[in-house]
Design a binder for this molecule. Structure first.
Ligand SMILES: Cc1cc2nc3c(=O)[nH]c(=O)nc-3n(C[C@H](O)[C@H](O)[C@H](O)COP(=O)(O)OP(=O)(O)OC[C@H]3O[C@@H](n4cnc5c(N)ncnc54)[C@H](O)[C@@H]3O)c2cc1C
Length: 382
């Protein structure tokens, strides 16, 4: 035991939540270790959409980021057979580069290729990880299968959403020839029942294509429809013919959107959950990176300021999570109301237009009141 390294904080998982937490803890002078099961850079299933508020949370300017960055100002949305091009604002990155950038800039000590399995407490009240690392504070940032969450916190009651996605490299000229709009401009297919959406994003010589649905089992049929749509759309399609076989084998992954109850179980006894390990994605759009890094930063601030028990309050009081709570409550209320009235909204071009505008609004991380209106109109959307 005497030779075992003891840290102020050990973070399990070096994704955006873990690395942002590590960055803040190291900056505050805490001896911090990040442990991850794989070696970075690593593939992470994700479309790579980040919304503008993330730069302030990361304390970075877009120009400080050294990886590929695709700013966009218009989103092309297809809904009920019609295409809309709407002004909005955001960025795309490749997670392969972005996560490594954030992890290295944290300046924390990083142990890669170590899959955490065992978590226990020693006689002095320190956390012991796999009998190898000893720490006062243990932060679970291991995504939706986080070992810290599994070992120390109750299982969340809400089901994860479903996603299927692929990022692949193709011929840049072929990609340019079949995309809609400029490089980096997202093409989004809102599912007819508003139970999810699919995307097709050109990033230079890369493309990222996939689907997400609120109900996990709905994702495979939704993806099959989206593939047919993107391959056939506009005659020539929006996926280069040579790249289409890359979509035969899709990978899937689920994660949880925010429910206010998750904050009742985000911290106890020197252990904390952040990011997907906690389940904090935006309730309507599923945006997960921004809330993940924010939760990491708020957790680090609570620890660094010597008030670790204040982490849940910092989360509850933060305007972003206050808004997520509002959206969640409105969705629950609307679902109940629609259930009671057995509503099936009549087709309406105006309603479709409003839905599209609201989606573009939220996609640019602009928020309530239009988000509030959207939540009321959509009822059971993601
Ligand atoms: C298909 C798909 C598309 C998405 N698109 C977007 C998008 O465009 N924009 C957006 O904002 N969000 C998107 N999301 C959500 C977003 O990817 C997540 O919310 C985000 O990655 C959460 O970050 P995190 O740091 O909490 O977890 P992760 O990024 O999952 O990082 C967790 C880390 O923990 C490590 N780990 C896991 N288990 C162990 C263990 N036992 N021991 C050690 N290490 C471990 C993993 O290797 C991993 O590196 C998408 C999600 C999916 C599935």
């Amino acid at each position: 035991m005497a030779t075992m390294p003891t840290y102020d904080a050990v973070i399990v998982g070096g994704g955006p939540a873990g690395s942002t937490c590590a960055h803040a803890l190291v900056k505050a002078g805490l001896n911090t270790l990040v442990v991850d099961s794989v070696r970075f850079p690593r593939v992470k299933l994700c479309a790579g959409w980040i919304s503008p508020p993330i730069w302030d949370v990361l304390e970075l300017l877009p120009g400080d980021y050294t990886g590929g960055l695709w700013p966009w100002r218009r989103v092309h949305i297809h809904f009920h057979g019609k295409r809309y091009t709407v002004k909005s604002k955001g960025y795309f990155i490749r997670r392969y580069e972005f996560d490594e950038f954030l992890l290295r800039r944290s300046k924390a000590r990083v142990v890669e290729d170590h899959h955490v399995r065992q978590i226990e407490k020693d006689a002095d009240g320190y956390w012991l990880i796999d009998g190898q690392f000893r720490t006062r504070y243990l932060i679970g940032a291991g995504g939706s299968h986080c070992p810290v969450a599994r070992a120390l916190f109750p299982k969340p009651e809400n089901d994860p959403c479903g996603t299927q996605e692929k990022e692949f490299e193709g011929d840049p000229q072929e990609i340019a020839a079949c995309r809609i709009g400029a490089d980096g401009e997202p093409q989004v297919l809102l599912h007819d029942d508003l139970g999810g959406y699919s995307w097709n994003i050109p990033k230079g010589s890369w493309m990222n294509i996939g689907s997400g649905t609120k109900i996990a089992r709905a994702v495979v049929p939704a993806w099959n429809e989206a593939r047919t749509f993107f391959e056939g759309n506009g005659g020539t399609g929006n996926i280069p013919v040579a790249s289409r076989p890359a979509l035969d084998k899709m990978k899937g992954h689920g994660y949880r959107v925010f429910e206010p109850e998750c904050l009742d179980h985000c911290q106890h006894d020197g252990a904390f959950l952040i990011g997907d390990a906690l389940g904090v994605a935006q309730p309507l759009t599923g945006e997960g990176i921004l809330p993940a890094v924010l939760s990491g930063k708020l957790c680090a601030a609570a620890i660094a300021e010597g008030a670790p028990e204040s982490y849940p309050r910092r989360m509850t009081d933060h305007p972003l999570f206050r808004e997520y709570r509002l959206l969640h409550n409105l969705l629950v209320w609307e679902q109940k109301r629609a259930g009671v009235r057995n509503e099936n909204p009549r087709p309406s071009r105006f309603r479709d237009w409003l839905v599209v505008q609201g989606f573009a609004w939220l996609f640019g991380a602009k928020r309530v009141p239009l988000g509030w209106l959207l939540a009321r109109l959509l009822g059971n959307s993601i």
